[in-house]
Structure formats: structure tokens, C-alpha cells
Design a protein around this ligand. Structure first.
Ligand SMILES: Cc1cc2nc3c(=O)[nH]c(=O)nc-3n(C[C@H](O)[C@H](O)[C@H](O)COP(=O)(O)O)c2cc1C
Length: 332
């Protein structure tokens, strides 16, 4: 494992060696993956909805604790706009509290309703959002840190589609809490750039889908290693719910429905429903389902362990830091 190179408010907050967080990955962020992220010196978040029952979810939390030999880790709580969809989030949180999980990554809509429970349990929370305005209101509500997403991000990059280079310059400057930049990131030079912009670290998603510790079939991972930065698509804009996914046959079919102006969700359901994604990861049939993927797929060039991926990123960050040092004008 690469020894610590950068010390920031994020490494302090999470008690980790490297300012690298790995966001929740629906169906994929299980104990093996999150445990590997923590053991490599970063922080990861288990996605409760990925498991068939609450007992399975609890078992993953216990397994992760074993893998990390007691080192802390996190869970991901994706808050929906529909209150009825959020009822089970309280249950997911209760299980995490019972299992003494240390960190929560909230995402989607405002985490405000869940903050008293999270805070009372002594957990730390990072909220992932897509605008400075939402970041400021989450910070005011009491979150400990913010992950700000650029338009490049896999999953839900928001409706404003603000580029990461802008988010990185705007959001840390507009907040007192530590900020990590996310979306389209997967190289050390981008980690260095994020730090230079004023962020305290980065959060990765797509870059990690090719990790050896991710359970998905190798045919899926191999396809991701072949992608370039233009191999993603935005779908579901028609529902005001931008989703950046792998450009595959299903994503094209969804875009065709949108182009026809169809607004009845039932027509989209067979294409976009979650179990299709799980089946695609299991079989390796990467044309099936809308598979979250950011432009950062460009950096996922080989299947490698989480530790090796981190080593690569840190090596590149150090090389670019040295390059910057070499650009300085003497006495400049
Ligand atoms: C396969 C996949 C599944 C994801 N599932 C979730 C999720 O369940 N909850 C969540 O908050 N974010 C989810 N995300 C978003 C990531 O946590 C992260 O915010 C995003 O991937 C960052 O952008 P990047 O993919 O360009 O690195 C997912 C991303 C990917 C690629």
C-alpha cells in the first residue's frame, strides 16, 4: 500500500491514509469491495438496497468489519423525492447504527430528515449533491462534509449539468465544511487538480467498477476497460432525473422513447428497472439494463485490485505534483 502522501480535512475526518472516497455503487458495493477500499487507505460505503433481505444487509456489515479487522467503514443512503420510498431508509440506518457503522454517505434529495438520527448515533455524514445551493443547505443542516458532483458523473449528475472543473472551483470556496470533488475522476492528476482547486479529496465511482473485488462478471469489466470518455449517455431527462449510463442498446432504446415524447413511466420500466442491472452484472451482458457509468470510464483501463488502482492514482498525483514544482520560476 502506498504510504500517505496528502493530509487533508477529509483524511482527518474519516481517519484514512488517502483523500480518496469510493461512492456507493448499487448492486456492487458489498463487503468485499468496501472492505478492500478501506484496507487500501480510502473510505467506502455499502449500498443497503443491493441485498435481498435486511439480514443479508446486516451480514454484509459484519463481513466488512471482519475484512477491515475492525477499521470503520460507511453505508450509502440514497434519499428519494418520494417520501414513501424513504421509509425503509430509516430501517437501513437503524441496522447500521446497531452494527456500529461509523459513516454515512447520503445522496439524492435532502438528508435533513435523517440527520438527527445519524448525529445522535455519533456517525459522521457526507452528503453528495450537484449544486452549491444544495451543498450549502446540507451544510447548514449539519452534515460533516460535502461531495460535489460534476456533469461527468455516473449515476445522477443532476439537472444543471455543471462541469467538474467549475464545481471544484466554486463549491469548496463557498463552504466551511470539507468538500470532495466527484464525477469523471479516475487519475492522480485529477486528484492533484481537485486539491489545487480547494477540495479536500476526491470521490470515485466508475473508475472502481473494474476492481478485482467487484463481484460483476469479467465480461462486463472487460467492456468497461475498452470504453473511452464518449461511451456514456444521459437518459431519463424527460422525467427531470438525468442519469448517466453506459452507452449500450438499452440506453439507446430509452433515449428513443424520450425522443418520441413518451412520459408514461410504465413504458420505461421494463428497460430501466433495477433487477436488469443486477442481472447484467451477474451475466456480463453489458447491453442489458441502464448501467450507471461516468465519463471516468476512460480511466478504467484494466482489471486490477483496489490497492493497485489506488497505487496508480497516487503515483500519478505525485508525478504531477513534481511536474508543477518543476514549472516554478526561480524567485517567482
Ligand atoms: C455502477 C454505479 C452504481 C452507482 N450506484 C449508486 C448508489 O447506489 N448510490 C449513490 O449515491 N450513488 C451511486 N452511484 C454514483 C457514485 O457513487 C458516484 O457518485 C459517481 O460514480 C461519481 O462519478 P464517476 O462515476 O464519474 O466517478 C453509482 C455509480 C456507478 C458507476
Amino acid at each position: 500500500m502506498t504510504p500517505p502522501v496528502f493530509k487533508t480535512r477529509i483524511t482527518e475526518l474519516f481517519g484514512i491514509d488517502h483523500p480518496i472516497l469510493c461512492g456507493g455503487l448499487m448492486w456492487l458495493a458489498d463487503a468485499n469491495y468496501v472492505g478492500a477500499v478501506v484496507n487500501a487507505g480510502g473510505m467506502g460505503f455499502i449500498t443497503p438496497r443491493s441485498f435481498p433481505t435486511l439480514d443479508d444487509y446486516r451480514a454484509q456489515l459484519r463481513k466488512c468489519r471482519e475484512i477491515t479487522e475492525g477499521k470503520p467503514f460507511g453505508v450509502n443512503i440514497y434519499v428519494s423525492a418520494r417520501p414513501e420510498a424513504n421509509v425503509e431508509l430509516g430501517v437501513f440506518l437503524d441496522v447500521a447504527i446497531e452494527e456500529k457503522v461509523a459513516f454515512v454517505e447520503t445522496a439524492g434529495f435532502s438528508p435533513k430528515a435523517f440527520l438527527p438520527r445519524i448525529k445522535n448515533a455519533g456517525m459522521k455524514v457526507i452528503h453528495k449533491c450537484t449544486t452549491l445551493r444544495h451543498a450549502q443547505s446540507a451544510a447548514k443542516a449539519g452534515v460533516d462534509a460535502i461531495a460535489i458532483l460534476g456533469a461527468e458523473a455516473g449515476g445522477h449528475p443532476g439537472m444543471n449539468m455543471i462541469g467538474g472543473i467549475v464545481q471544484g472551483a466554486v463549491v469548496p470556496a463557498g463552504l466551511d465544511v470539507p468538500v470532495v470533488l466527484a464525477g469523471g475522476l479516475g487519475s492522480g492528476r485529477q486528484l492533484l487538480a481537485a486539491l489545487a482547486l480547494g477540495a479536500d479529496g476526491i470521490l470515485l465511482g466508475s473508475r472502481m467498477t473494474v476492481a478485482e473485488e467487484i463481484w460483476a462478471d469479467d465480461k462486463y469489466k472487460k467492456r468497461i476497460t475498452e470504453t473511452v470518455e464518449s461511451d456514456t449517455r444521459i437518459v431519463m431527462s424527460i422525467f427531470n432525473d438525468n442519469s448517466r449510463v453506459l452507452d449500450n442498446a438499452t440506453a439507446k432504446a430509452v433515449n428513443e422513447l424520450e425522443e418520441q415524447g413518451i412520459t408514461e413511466f410504465e413504458q420505461y420500466r421494463p428497460l430501466v428497472q433495477g433487477p436488469n442491472q443486477r442481472d447484467a452484472y451477474a451475466s456480463g451482458d453489458f447491453d442489458q439494463g441502464t448501467l450507471s457509468m461516468g465519463q471516468s470510464c476512460a480511466f478504467a483501463n484494466e482489471i486490477a485490485s483496489v490497492e493497485n488502482i489506488f497505487d496508480d492514482i497516487l503515483r500519478d498525483a505525485v508525478a504531477m505534483r513534481d511536474r508543477l514544482g518543476g514549472l516554478a520560476v526561480e524567485n517567482g
